[in-house]
Design a protein around this ligand. Sequence first.
Ligand code: C2E
Ligand code: MG
Ligand code: MG
Length: 609
Amino acid sequence: MKSTHLQQITTQSSPGHAALYAFIEDDRLREAPTVREITRALDAAAAGTPCLQVLERFLLEKSLYAIPVVNDAGEPQALVDRNMFIEFFAKPYSRELYARWTIGELHRSGDYRGHEAIIVDADSSIEDVARIIIDAGMRHMVTGIIVRAAGRYAGVVSGHDLLNLITQRKQAELFYLSHYDHLTGVPNRVLLADRLSHACLEAERKERRAALLFIDVDRFKKINDSLGHSCGDSLLRTLVGRLRQSARKSDTVARIGGDEFVVLMENLDEAAGAAVVAERILQTMREPVELLGHRLVVTVSIGIAIFPDDGQDISRLLAKADAAMYEAKATGRNTFRVYTDGGAHYDPTRLSLESDLRHAIDNGELRLHFQPQVRIATRQMLGVEALVRWQHPVRGMISPIEFITLAEECGLILRLGEWVLREACRQLREWESSGHGPLRMSVNVSAVQFHQQDFVTVLRTVLDETGVDPNHIELELTESVLMHNVDDVLQTLQEIRALGVSLAIDDFGTGFSSLNYLRRFPINRLKIDQSFVRGIEQTPANASITRAIISMAQSLSLEIVAEGIETGDEKQVLEDLGCEEGQGYYFARPLAASAVLEWLRSVDRTPRR
Ligand code: C2E
Ligand code: MG
Ligand code: MG
C-alpha cells in the first residue's frame, strides 16, 4: 500500500484532522516561543520560577500536547511538553534520543544551544516516523514530534494520532485483503456473498429482480499450463477488465475461484436484461488477447440464475448459475445458458464433483473395466482396453465422459492417469501370472498427461514397479496430442517405444489426420473411430473412409482395430474390408476384471501374433 507522507498530514486541516494531529497551525506558529523567549524562561526556571509564558499556553489550550520552540528564523529548535520537558535528538531523523531534560536541568547544564530538536521532515513517511516513536520507547506518544518543511517549522504530530492512523490503515488493508481478490482487485467470494444478500433484500423490497452470471473461462487450465502462470495471471486481469466493461456500472464483478467469475446485476426489471449482458460479455471476448507475443482468443461459458425465480438463498442461486454454466460448457462452450427449472441440468452435487474427484482416488472409488479387443473372424481375445469407472458413493457410477474433462481442467488427470496406468499394469500382471496370456493391455492417455514433463519417467516407474512386460502395454493417444510441438512429441514417442511399449491412435479419423505425421511418428496401430463404424453397411461414405484408412494402414504397416462394433452387419462389412481386429458391444461390453478372467478361462485361446 502506498505510504502516506507527513506532508499530507500537516496539510490536512479539516476540523477532525486538526484535532487529530494536535496540529499547531500557522497562527500558532507565529505565537511559538522563540529561543530567546525560552532562554528567558530558562533563566526564570533557574531562579525557581517556571516558564510562565509556556505554562500559560498549556493551561489555556488543553488539547496541546507540546509546544515547539522556534528560532527567530522560524526554524524548529526543541519541543517543550506539558511537564516542562524539552526533548532533543542528537541529530534530526536519528532514532537515538539524545536527551529529555527538564527546563531547569537544561538551564543548569547550560548546554542546550548545540542540540537539535526531535524533528522530522514533512515528507518522511508515516511508517518511518512511527518507527522512530517506537524505537525511542514510545516517549513521544504524548509529546509528539516537530515537523518541518523546507527547514522551517510546519507543525507537530502526536504519536498517538500517528499510530491511530496507521492502525486504521492496517484495518483497511485487512478488510481489503479479506474482501477483494489480490490478483484482479475485484470483490472476492466473501464480499460477493455480502452484496448478493443485500441485493436480494433490495429486490424483494422493490419487487424487482437480481441476476447472477456465473462465468468460467474455457480451457483456462490448458492456457495456464502452456503459457505459464504469470501469463495466466495477466490473462485473468484482462478478462476482468472486459467483464467490467460489459457489465453496468452498478453491477458487481467478482472473482470466486481460479478462473471463475460472477457478475451480480441488481435492480433488474426482467430476466432478459441478464441475457443482454451475457451476450455482450461473449462479444467482448472475441477480441484476441496479446500475451507474450501470442494472440489468443479466449472464450467463456456463462450460466445465469435469477432472484427470486430460481432461489431465495445465495447458495442455491450460485449452484443454479453454476449448473447452467456447466450446461453452457456441455453444449460446446463459448455460450450462455439461463437456468431453467425442471431442466435436467440442475444438480446441486455437481458443484462438489471436483472436490469429490480429489478424494475418489484415495478412497478407492475408481475402478477399471476392460473391454475385449478380438480377432473379428474368430472372436479370440487379443487384448483389452482399460476404461476407467467412478463409483461415486452418492451418485453411483459416473461415466468417464463426464469426469475426464473435469479432471483435465483441474489438473487431477495426472494422478488419475497414473492410477489407471498402474492399476492396468497390475491387473495384466495378475492375469498373466495366473497362467493367462499373453494379452495386450491398452491404456488411454490424456493429452495433458502426455505433455507432462515427466510422463516417460512415470511410465517407466510403473512398468518397473508392476513388473509387467512392456511389450504387452499399448498407449492410446488421440490425434490432437500429436499436433503440437512436433519435435518434442516425436522425442517422447521414441522414448516410449524404446521402453518396448506400443502406441495406438484412438478415435482415428476424427482429428487432424495427416499422412505426414503417420509416417514420421513411431505409431503401431490405428483405432478406427466408432462414428465410421456406425451403420457402415448402409452408409457408403463411412465404408469408403474405412476402406481408405485400412489401405493406408496396410501401406504404412500399421495394425488396425475398429471401435464400437455393435451389430453383426457392421462386423461383416469390416471383415470384408480387411479389418482384422474389432472392439464393441457386439463382442463384449467393458467388463469387470473378474468377468475378463471368466472369459479367459472359458475361451480356448491361441497365440495372438
Ligand atoms: P475411448 O477411448 O474411445 O473408449 C471407447 C468408448 O466407447 C468407451 O466408452 C466404451 O465403453 C465405448 N464403447 C465400446 N464399444 C462400444 C459400442 O459398441 N458402442 C458404443 N456406443 N460405445 C462403445 P467409455 O468407457 O464411456 O469411455 C469414454 C471415453 O473416456 C474413452 O473413449 C476415453 O476417451 C475416455 N476414457 C476412458 N477411460 C479413460 C482413462 O483411463 N484415461 C483417459 N485419459 N481417458 C479415458
Ligand atoms: Mg480409447
Ligand atoms: Mg476411441
